[in-house]
Write a protein that binds this ligand. Structure first.
Ligand code: FAD
Length: 288
C-alpha cells in the first residue's frame, strides 16, 4: 500500500472548501479500480471516507482517525456519440469545470443547470447534487462502484437508491466511474452557463471559504429564508457565520473553529424549530 500515493497526518483544511479542520490519519490517491479495491479490503469499509474537493464537508478540529480516499488521480473522460446523443463516461475525480468545457465545446444540453456547482463527479453522484430545478440523476445512466468488500459493481440508474440531495453512496461504496447522457442542443449552452454563473456570483458569498448550502430546503420553503426570519442572516460566532449575502451559506471569516460552527448550527436549528416547528436537516456532511 506504500506504493499508492498518499499523505499521512495531513491538514484537513487543505481538503475542504470551508477551510476548517484538524489532522487526518491518511489520505490515499488511487489511480485505478484495483488500488481502490485494495484499500477498501485492506482497511475495511467502516474506516474509509471517500473525498472529492470537499465542497460539502466540514471536518472537526483535532485528529480524525479515518482512511480517506481522494479521487484526484481518477480523471479519465470518454466521449461517444450516437447521432445527436452524447454519452460521457467520467471517472470520479473529473470536475464539473471539465464537464462544462465539454458541453460548451459540443453545445450539449442537460448539464447546464448544474454547471456552477463546485464538485467532482463522485461527490456529485453521492450527494445527488442539483440546482435550478435539475439534479445529476436526471442525466445519469450508469455507475461503476466498489462495494464494501472491494468488488466492482455496475448499476443502472433505476437500481440506485436516490432522492433530493441523497444517493445510496453516502452510506456505501466508492463511486469509481459514471456514464451520463446529453443531447446536442439548439440553444446557446455557453450563454446559459454564463447566466447561471453570474446569478451565483450575485447571490452567493463566493469571496469567502464556504461549504455551500448548510441545510436542505424543507418542503415548500427555503432554509435560507427560515434562517433569515429567525434573525441569523449575517450572524456570527467568532470567525464563523451565516453569510449576510445568503443566509443558508456558512462562511469562514478567517480562522473559524469547529466548536463555534456546531454551536451556530445548534442555535439555528433550535430557533427555527421554536418559531416554525420545522426541523432543519443538514446538507453539509460533518466528519468527526
Ligand atoms: C460555493 C458552493 C456552491 C454550491 N452549490 C451547490 C448547488 O448548487 N447544488 C448542490 O447540490 N450542491 C452545492 N454545493 C455543495 C457541493 O458542491 C456538492 O454537494 C458537491 O456535489 C460536492 O462534491 P465534492 O466532489 O466536493 O464532494 P465532497 O464534498 O468531497 O464529498 C461529499 C460527499 O460525497 C462523498 N463522496 C465524494 N466522492 C465520492 C466517491 N468517489 N464515491 C462515493 N462517495 C463520494 C463524500 O464521502 C461525502 O459524503 C455547493 C458548494 C459550494 C462551496
Amino acid at each position: 500500500m506504500d506504493k499508492i500515493e498518499h499523505l499521512k497526518n495531513f491538514s484537513l483544511k487543505d481538503f475542504c472548501t470551508i477551510k476548517i479542520g484538524g489532522v487526518g490519519k491518511v489520505v490515499f490517491f488511487p489511480k485505478n479500480v484495483e488500488e481502490i479495491s485494495f484499500l477498501i479490503r485492506e482497511y475495511g469499509k467502516e474506516n474509509i471516507f471517500p473525498l472529492g474537493i470537499g465542497s460539502n464537508l466540514i471536518f472537526s478540529d483535532g485528529f480524525i482517525d479515518k482512511v480517506f480516499i481522494h479521487s484526484k488521480n481518477l480523471k479519465k473522460c470518454e466521449i461517444t456519440q450516437e447521432n445527436d446523443i452524447f454519452y460521457l463516461t467520467l471517472e470520479a475525480g473529473v470536475s464539473f469545470k471539465t464537464i462544462n468545457n465539454i458541453v460548451k465545446k459540443y453545445n450539449l444540453e442537460g448539464f447546464e443547470n448544474l454547471s456552477g456547482i463546485p464538485a467532482t463527479v463522485g461527490g456529485a453522484v453521492a450527494m445527488n447534487a442539483g440546482a435550478y430545478g435539475s439534479e445529476i440523476f436526471d442525466i445519469l445512466e450508469e455507475v461503476w462502484w466498489i462495494d464494501k468488500d472491494g468488488n466492482l459493481i455496475h448499476s443502472k440508474k433505476q437500481d440506485i437508491k436516490h432522492y433530493y440531495r441523497y444517493s445510496q453512496f453516502q452510506e456505501e461504496g466508492f463511486v469509481y466511474k459514471v456514464k451520463i447522457k446529453l443531447k446536442k442542443s439548439n440553444k446557446d449552452i455557453s450563454s446559459i452557463i454564463k447566466q447561471h454563473l453570474l446569478d451565483r456570483n450575485k447571490k452567493q458569498p463566493l469571496d469567502l471559504p464556504t461549504a455551500g448550502s448548510t441545510y436542505k430546503n424543507p418542503p415548500q420553503t427555503y432554509a435560507g429564508k427560515l434562517i433569515e426570519q429567525v434573525g441569523l442572516k449575517g450572524y456570527r460566532i467568532n470567525d464563523i457565520g451565516f453569510s449576510s449575502k445568503h443566509a443558508n451559506f456558512l462562511v469562514n471569516y478567517k480562522d473559524a473553529r469547529f466548536k463555534d460552527l456546531i454551536n451556530l448550527l445548534e442555535l439555528a436549528e433550535k430557533k427555527v424549530y421554536e418559531k416554525f416547528g420545522i426541523q432543519l436537516e443538514r446538507e453539509v456532511k460533518i466528519v468527526e
